[in-house]
Design a protein around this ligand. Structure first.
Ligand code: ADP
Ligand code: ASP
Ligand code: MG
Length: 408
């Protein structure tokens, strides 16, 4: 008998019919003799709908209020799923983040989990019930509701699996595993049987939203075996687990794309010590995450600095950078919203050379201009114009021989 955490995403609980199907799957796992803890997201589109409601009141809603608002989506699905399980003769109890004891810091809308009590879950399991836990939410020290960032139900599931010492964490979604590229963009994308934690972490942080980045980070640190499967069909899915030696034979495992970034360029920056520290210090103070940074070679004591930030933060970043630019005597600040970051990822890059050059050549053949480049041991990323994003992903997927048979 195993202890399994099963997480169902928004599209898997998008209607009453689907919620009933999820209940059937959970009840089946339990009937096989396993202990199951279920984590659910809000119904498909619900979190976006709630955010839109808040934006109709003001363009920058208060994050504490926003967290309380969006956390309501998951309360609906836990109650409905618990009812559906009970209806099928499977004892179940819905539990909010607060009831489970998921304690986070107070960074509303992107809170970090600090501890999970776990007792209530164990008690519920001992009573012979299936706990149905609201994903994405926790409470801080003041008992205010917090949320864990978009896609945060994945993190709830992995964190519960590690806190309970579960045998595995199963993530059920609308695709039947992790693919070599987003199967909704690349029809020839192939399902991977296994992907290492490290590769999955890069893929997630570079735009493959099938798993939330922080959930992968958590799984990697606590060595939680994760499997991504379809909520609608049966199949082996993709295991996210330890790296194996044979994985290095494949140079590139996946191609990803992030279309949620923006580029800021500060032009005519005086080239003297402390300028970058002042600029990025101000951006960091506003809790804006900076991704890529490029500084040009200085000419006549002046240089240009470009960097990328999440698109949602770009207006706020622009205001800050304009203020700092005036202080340090820079000439101008430009914001480019229409950019995308395409990346290739693979542990095999550690042992193969010329991979970056091959990527640049492939983009050049399609006449796609590269604005920024960044590399790590197992990835190469290029910032390009957003209108070429899908073309670039398909081209790179083909160039690195990742394609399988085109799915109908
Ligand atoms: P859920 O609502 O179940 O959490 P998400 O929409 O967050 O589901 O994640 C699933 C989606 O991730 C898929 O529909 C797919 O479009 C997208 N995706 C992006 N990259 C990949 C990839 N490499 N493999 C599989 N799916 C991917
Ligand atoms: N409902 C939340 C979101 O849409 C959390 C999740 O689905 O994982 O981001
Ligand atoms: Mg998701």
């Amino acid at each position: 008998m195993a202890l399994i955490v099963q997480k169902f995403g928004g599209s898997s609980v998008g209607s009453i019919e689907l919620i009933k199907q999820v209940a059937t799957r959970v009840a089946k796992t339990r009937a096989e003799g396993h202990d199951v803890v279920v984590v659910v997201s809000a119904m498909k589109g619900e979190t976006d709908r709630l955010i839109q409601l808040a934006r109709q009141i003001g363009s920058q809603p208060d994050n504490r209020e926003l967290d309380l608002l969006v956390s309501s989506g998951e309360r609906v699905t836990i109650a409905l799923l618990a009812m559906a399980l009970q209806e099928q003769g499977c004892p179940a109890r819905s539990l909010t983040g607060r009831q489970v004891g998921i304690v986070t810091d107070s960074s509303h809308t992107m809170a970090r989990i600090e501890k999970i009590a776990g007792d209530r879950l164990r008690e519920t399991l001992e009573e012979g019930m299936v706990p149905v836990v609201a994903g994405f939410q926790g409470i801080d020290q003041k008992s205010d509701v917090t949320t864990l960032g978009r896609g945060g139900s994945d993190l709830t599931a992995v964190a519960l699996a590690s806190a309970l010492g579960a045998d595995r964490c199963e993530i059920y979604t609308d695709v039947d595993g992790v693919y070599t590229a987003d199967p909704n963009i690349v029809p020839t994308a192939r399902r991977l049987d296994r992907v290492s934690y490290e590769e999955m972490l890069e893929m997630a942080s570079l735009g493959a939203k099938v798993l939330q980045t922080r959930s992968v980070e958590n799984a990697m640190i606590y060595r939680v075996p994760v499997v991504v499967r379809s909520a609608f069909t049966d199949g082996p899915g993709t295991w996210v687990a330890e790296e194996r030696a044979e994985m290095e034979k494949v140079t590139v495992s996946g191609v990803t794309c992030d279309r949620h970034q923006a580029k800021l360029t500060v032009i005519g920056v005086p080239d003297r010590p402390g300028v970058a520290a002042t600029l990025f210090g101000a951006v960091a103070e506003a809790k804006i995450v900076v991704d890529m940074i490029i500084q040009n070679v200085s000419q006549e004591g002046m240089t240009d600095i470009s960097f990328t930030v999440p698109r949602d933060d770009s207006r706020k970043a622009l205001q800050i950078v304009q203020r700092v630019a005036a202080e340090i005597g820079a000439r101008d600040v430009q914001l480019a919203d229409g950019i995308a970051k395409v990346s290739i990822v693979g542990v095999g890059m550690r042992t193969h050379s010329g991979v970056a050059a091959e990527m640049f050549q492939a983009l050049a053949r399609e006449r796609v201009n590269i604005m920024m480049i960044s590399t790590s041991e197992i990835k190469v990323s290029c910032v390009i114009e957003d209108k070429y994003a899908e073309l670039a992903v398909r081209t790179l997927h083909e160039t690195f021989g990742l394609g399988g048979v085109k799915r109908s």
